[in-house]
Design a protein around this ligand. Structure first.
Ligand code: TEU
Ligand code: CA
Length: 554
C-alpha cells in the first residue's frame, strides 16, 4: 500500500453552528472556530471537517446550499475561511469542507432559472417531469418523509428531491452539472483546503427510467433505497470526479457511503479508489427499523462488537475506513452504545478505546471528547431538525402519545448531537453570550471542557492519550497499518482484538458492569493504556473491572 499523508492522522468534525459563537448572536461561526484552534491542537487532532458553512437558507442546517462560492454571513466571510485555512496550516492542521452536491437549495440560482425556463439549460440541471393530476411520477418516499416530487413553482412540471423539498436533486447525468461541481471543488482546493467530506454521495446515481416499487408503509410509498439498490454505474461519476479534482491535489476525501457491497470496496477506497476513505456506518444500523424510530431497538454490546468486526473483515487491508462513534446525524454514541450503567467515565473511555484502536482513521465529533450525552428534550418545540419532526409525526401516527414520542426524540434525534458544545460552567455552557440557537444540554455544569482540560483522569485526557498513542513512533506503524484480528469473539459482553504489525498489541474491553476475566496467551510486556488505576492480575489472568479497557503490548 502506498503511504499517504493522511493515513496516521486523527480527524475531528466541527458542526459550525454549535461549536463556538464569537459575536453573541447565538450561532457558532468561523471566527469562533479560529479562536478554538489551540484547544483542538492541544487535543492532538490534525484534520478538521466542517459541516457546511456555505450560503444557505438553512432548511437542513446548511445541507441546502444556495451559493457554493460563498460563506453564509451567519458563519462569517470568505476571508474568515481563508484565515482559518491559513491558521490551521500554521499548526500543521488541515481543513475539510463538506461537499453537498447530490442536491442544492431551491434558492440556488440554477433552480430559480429552471423555474423561469424549465425547458432551457437549467431545467436539465434537475430531474423534472410533467405534472399529471392525481398521480406522481413515482411512489418514492423522501428521506425526510412524504413523496420525493414537488411542483416546480410557476410551471406545469414537478421536480425530484430525495431529501427535503428545499433540496432539489441535481441531475448528474448532465455533463454540465458535473463540470460545475468540479469547477467548484477545484476553486476551494486552490485555496489550500485539505479536502472534502462528501455528502450523501450514493444518491447521485438514479435507476433510469424511473418506475414505482412495492409500497412499504401505509402511505403507499416506498423507501428511496429500493431505487438506489437498482442504480448501476455510479463509479463512472465518482472516478471522473476523483480524476478531475482530488487526485490532482493529493487531497483527502471521505465519502458518506451507505450499503456498499464487499466487492465494491476496492473501487471505493482501494489504491486508486474514488475516495481516500469512507465512513463505517455499520454500527449505526444496529437496532434500526424501516418503520421508523418507534420500532427501533436498543443496541447491545454484542451487536456493537459484531458490527465493528463485520466492517473490519469486509475491508481488511484494502483501504482505510473512517471510524466514528457519532456525527451530526446521529444521537450521542455514549448514550446509544453503552448500557445505561455504562454511561459513566469508565464506559465512555472504554468505548473510545475500542473505537479508536480499530483499523482505519478515527473521527471525533465535537464534544465526543468530553463524553457529551443525549439531551433530555422536554417539548417538541425545543427541536429544530426536520428529520426529527418527521419521525415524531410518524410515531404519533403509529399511536404513540406525545410524551412517548418525545422520549424517542431524546433517544434518536440528530439534535442530540447538535446542542451547543459545552465549553464551561458559565451560562449557556460558555458557547455564547447571547441566546443559543438550540437548547443547551442541562448537564453542562458537570460535562464541560474547562473542568476536563486540567484533570488527568477526565474523558478528554483519555482521548488525548489515545491520540498520543496513535502518534507514538514506537506504535504508529502497528496502529495505523497493522492487521486486526478479533479474539474471544464469542465471549458475551467482551470486545477484544489484536493489532499486529511490528508490535503485537491486544485491546480488551469489558463491556459490562460486572467483572470478567481473560487469560492472556503470553506475558504482557507493557500496559499502553488503562482506564482504571490498577490491573487485577493473577499470573496471566486478568480480572477486568466493569467497563475496564486495556491496551497491552504482548
Ligand atoms: O445525510 C445523508 C443521509 O442519508 C442520512 O444520514 C440522513 O441524514 C438521515 O437519514 C436523516 O435522519 C447527509 C447529511 O449528513 C445530513 O445532515 C443531511 O441532512 C443529508 O445528507 C442531506 O444533505
Ligand atoms: Ca455568531
Amino acid at each position: 500500500m502506498t503511504k499517504k499523508w493522511w493515513h496516521d492522522k486523527v480527524a475531528y468534525q466541527i458542526y459550525p453552528k454549535s461549536f463556538y459563537d464569537s459575536n453573541g448572536d447565538g450561532i457558532g461561526d468561523i471566527p469562533g472556530i479560529i479562536s478554538k484552534l489551540d484547544y483542538l491542537k492541544d487535543l492532538g487532532v490534525d484534520i478538521l471537517w466542517l459541516s457546511p458553512c456555505f450560503r444557505s437558507p438553512m432548511a437542513d442546517q446548511g445541507y441546502d446550499i444556495s451559493d457554493y462560492y460563498d460563506i453564509d454571513p451567519r458563519f462569517g466571510t470568505i476571508q474568515d475561511m481563508e484565515e482559518l485555512i491559513e491558521k490551521a496550516k500554521k499548526r500543521n492542521m488541515y481543513i475539510l469542507m463538506d461537499l453537498v452536491v447530490n442536491h442544492c437549495s431551491d434558492e440556488h440560482e440554477w433552480f430559480q432559472k429552471a423555474c423561469q425556463d424549465p425547458d432551457g439549460k437549467y431545467g436539465n440541471f434537475f430531474y423534472l417531469r410533467d405534472k399529471k393530476e392525481g398521480e406522481l411520477p413515482t411512489n418514492w418516499r423522501s428521506y425526510f418523509g412524504g413523496p420525493v416530487w414537488e411542483d416546480l413553482p410557476g410551471t406545469d412540471k414537478q421536480y425530484l428531491h430525495v431529501f427535503h423539498k428545499k433540496q432539489p436533486d441535481l441531475n448528474w447525468e448532465n455533463p454540465e452539472v458535473r463540470e460545475e461541481v468540479y469547477k467548484n471543488i477545484n476553486w476551494w482546493l486552490d485555496k489550500g483546503l485539505g479536502g472534502f467530506r462528501i455528502d450523501a454521495i450514493i444518491n447521485i446515481k438514479k435507476a433510469l427510467p424511473f418506475h414505482d416499487y412495492e409500497p412499504d408503509r401505509e402511505d403507499g410509498l416506498c423507501s428511496i433505497s429500493k431505487m438506489l439498490e437498482e442504480a448501476r454505474g455510479i463509479g463512472e461519476f465518482l472516478g471522473e470526479m476523483r480524476d478531475r479534482t482530488f487526485k490532482k491535489y493529493d487531497a483527502f476525501s471521505v465519502g458518506e457511503v451507505f450499503n456498499e457491497k464487499k466487492e465494491e470496496i476496492p473501487d471505493f477506497i482501494g489504491e486508486n479508489g474514488y475516495f481516500s476513505s469512507m465512513f463505517d456506518f455499520n454500527e449505526t444500523i444496529c437496532g434500526a427499523s424501516d418503520k421508523g424510530w418507534y420500532d427501533c431497538k436498543p443496541v447491545t454490546p454484542d451487536e456493537y462488537k459484531k458490527a465493528c468486526f463485520e466492517t473490519q473483515r469486509k475491508v481488511g487491508d484494502v483501504g482505510f475506513v473512517s471510524n466514528i462513534i457519532e456525527n451530526h446525524d446521529e444521537p450521542r454514541g455514549v448514550s446509544r452504545y453503552l448500557p445505561e450503567d455504562g454511561c459513566c467515565d469508565a464506559g465512555k473511555k472504554m468505548l473510545a478505546g475500542l473505537n479508536f484502536m480499530l483499523r482505519g482513521l478515527p473521527f471525533i465529533y465535537q464534544g465526543q471528547e468530553l463524553g457529551m450525552e443525549n439531551c433530555p428534550f422536554t417539548s417538541i418545540e425545543e427541536v429544530d431538525d426536520i428529520s426529527t419532526l418527521d419521525e415524531y409525526q410518524v410515531a404519533l401516527n403509529a399511536g404513540f402519545t406525545p410524551q412517548d414520542a418525545l422520549k424517542l426524540v431524546s433517544r434518536y434525534s440528530r439534535d442530540n448531537a447538535r446542542t451547543p458544545m459545552q465549553w464551561s460552567q458559565e451560562e449557556n455552557a460558555g458557547f455564547t453570550t447571547g441566546k443559543p440557537w438550540l437548547k443547551v444540554n442541562p448537564n453542562y455544569s458537570i460535562i464541560n471542557a474547562a473542568s476536563q482540560e486540567n484533570d488527568p483522569d477526565s474523558v478528554r485526557s483519555f482521548y488525548k492519550k489515545l491520540i498520543a498513542l496513535r502518534k507514538n513512533p514506537q506504535y504508529r506503524e502497528t496502529i495505523v497499518y497493522g492487521s486486526l484480528e478479533p479474539v474471544w469473539e464469542d465471549r458475551h459482553n467482551l470486545m477484544s482484538y489484536w493489532r499486529k504489525g511490528d508490535k503485537t498489541l491486544l485491546v480488551i474491553g469489558n463491556y459490562q458492569k460486572d467483572t470478567q476475566s481473560v487469560t492472556l496467551p503470553s506475558e504482557c510486556k507493557n500496559v499502553l493504556l488503562n482506564n482504571y488505576g490498577d490491573i487485577a492480575w493473577e499470573g496471566l489472568t486478568v480480572s477486568l473491572y466493569g467497563y475496564q479497557l486495556l491496551i497491552l503490548e504482548l
